[in-house]
Write a protein that binds this ligand. Structure first.
Ligand SMILES: [Zn+2]
Length: 500
């Protein structure tokens, strides 16, 4: 989703994201290292029990804040201020009545088509536009926000970070370049790997219970949360496995969780009547559904970016990841990396010189050598890692349409001879995009239709066709095939879009 935004300046360099930033993600690392010294006991806000805590509340908030910056930059926020404010207001209202009302509660919509929701320590909660598109009511959103709030109030994330942080210290990650190499192993992951470790089953049950309480305290119908799990189960079945919804892949069986919630409703433990279906659906009109090709997309290993008018062939067989501030590719053997980002300097030569001046980097063979007619500056480099290793690679800075692109390819010194050629070929493939079909690519979007008369899902799908299957249309509207839809029902369909 590399976007034509002004890159953020940090320490004189672009920080595309913590994991593969060059020269390294100092902030998050500093936070995790600093907390290592504070071991003590704390009272769990939810259970009231004392437990071993490595992290004080102010440290917890700091970790959350730092990681929140990384996530907002790397995954990208969905650009709809009204929707962001709506989710923030709803989440904050629920969190205010929780056991930890004084955290800096922050709720954000991430511009990602994957169905997912997650929380960071300190009160930072995220939902993707993908999961919002799948909800059919505000009560469903409240249920999932409540669940994530529960992870924070019960300090599940803190317990997790404590363990992860210890493991990280043990691995000795703390080098200039190691954070980039650390990202190699899980480049296809959804984000900052440290923050996406799995919670245990007990933690998930506890978060479900807390979420149910939070949503029903606001008057929402708990049956909507049960319905959410059914929707998520069907959504995961409909996807091709490659894009498994993260919210599910890290959670226990959704149908079992649905049944548990239904059990609690039947036992009279929770109740509520508020649903807010139509007011919620109206907020989704026009939202992109699925990937937004304007922000760049892969077709096999060729990357196209309609908005930035370029294309590039990444090495065959490498795993690729398109993120807001960069595209990353990792060799199948996970021993080499190629990263494409925007440079902050105004010319290719300036960008190369700034790169070469970095501490710990030695360069050779600086040259000005156009790439497919585009002005470009290149240099080969070696960089020492703090654990005594050496990385070797090549950097190219290419000017195109008023921007400077930075392409950085490297491997460990021993592996560079085997990988260098593929990296150089990929860099040499960067060129202006001229294919008019690709330049005109558009995302599919959610449209709302009010049924003029009663009809089945089959008839609805025939009359108001979507670019997704009838089963998926049914699932995002919570209607099953054969089930009648009453007259005057507001329904979602997915239409338009011009995938080349
Ligand atoms: Zn969870």
């Amino acid at each position: 989703m590399l976007r034509p935004l002004t890159p953020t300046r940090a320490s004189g360099d672009v920080r595309p994201r913590g994991r593969f930033a060059f020269p390294g993600s100092a902030a998050f690392l500093a936070a995790t290292l600093a907390v290592g010294t504070a071991v003590g006991c704390a009272v769990n806000p939810v259970t009231g029990q004392r437990e071993l805590a490595l992290i004080s509340e102010s440290q917890e908030i700091q970790i959350g804040r730092d990681a929140d910056q990384d996530i907002s930059r790397s995954m990208g926020l969905y650009e709809d201020e009204a929707l962001q404010r709506y989710v923030q207001d709803l989440g904050a209202r629920m969190a205010r009545d929780s056991e930890r009302p004084n955290l800096p509660w922050t709720f954000r919509v991430i511009d990602d088509p994957v169905v997912n929701a997650f929380a960071l320590p300190g009160g930072f909660v995220y939902v993707t536009r993908g999961i919002l598109a799948h909800f059919s009511s505000e009560a469903e959103l409240a249920g999932v926000l409540g669940h994530e709030i529960g992870h924070v109030t019960a300090r599940h994330g803190v317990q997790r970070v404590s363990r992860a942080q210890l493991a990280q210290l043990g691995l000795g990650i703390g080098t200039i370049l190691a954070p980039e190499m650390a990202g190699v192993a899980d480049a296809a992951g959804a984000g900052l790997s440290l923050l996406f470790l799995r919670y245990g089953r007990d933690a998930e049950r506890q978060a479900d219970d807390l979420g149910l309480n939070y949503m029903t305290s606001e008057g929402y119908d708990p049956r909507e949360m049960a319905a959410t799990f059914e929707m998520l189960a069907r959504a995961s079945g409909a996807q091709d496995g490659e894009r498994l919804p993260g919210f599910l892949s890290t959670h226990p069986d959704p149908l079992e969780r649905r049944d548990r919630i239904i059990g609690q409703i039947e036992a009279g433990a929770v109740a509520g009547t508020r649903v807010e279906r139509e007011s919620y659906l109206n907020r989704l009109a026009g939202m992109p559904f699925g990937e937004n090709p304007r922000e760049g997309f892969f077709r096999d290993n060729r990357f196209h970016h309609p908005d930035l008018v370029f294309r590039m062939d990444f090495p065959q067989g490498w795993r690729t990841l398109n993120q807001k501030q960069g595209v990353q590719a990792v060799s199948a053997e996970q021993d080499a990396v190629l990263v494409l980002t925007l440079a902050t300097e105004s010319s290719a030569a300036q960008a190369r010189d700034a790169f070469s001046r970095q501490q710990g980097v030695t360069t050779a063979n600086a040259r000005n050598e156009p790439v497919n007619g585009l002005p470009a500056a290149r240099v080969d480099f070696q960089a020492a890692t703090q654990d005594g290793g050496t990385l070797q690679g090549t950097a190219a800075f290419i000017e195109h349409e008023g921007r400077v692109y930075r392409l950085l390819g490297y491997a460990t010194q021993a592996r560079w001879s085997a990988r260098g050629a593929a990296v150089r070929d990929a860099i040499g493939s960067f060129r202006r995009e001229t294919d008019s079909a690709i330049l005109a690519a558009q995302p599919a979007r959610i449209q709302l239709v009010r049924t003029p008369e009663a009809m089945t899902l089959e008839t609805f799908h025939q009359r108001y066709p979507s670019t997704i299957s009838m089963e998926e249309v049914g699932n995002i509207n919570r209607v099953r095939p054969g089930q009648p839809i009453s007259q005057g029902t507001l329904m979602k369909r997915v239409s338009g879009g011009q995938r080349p």
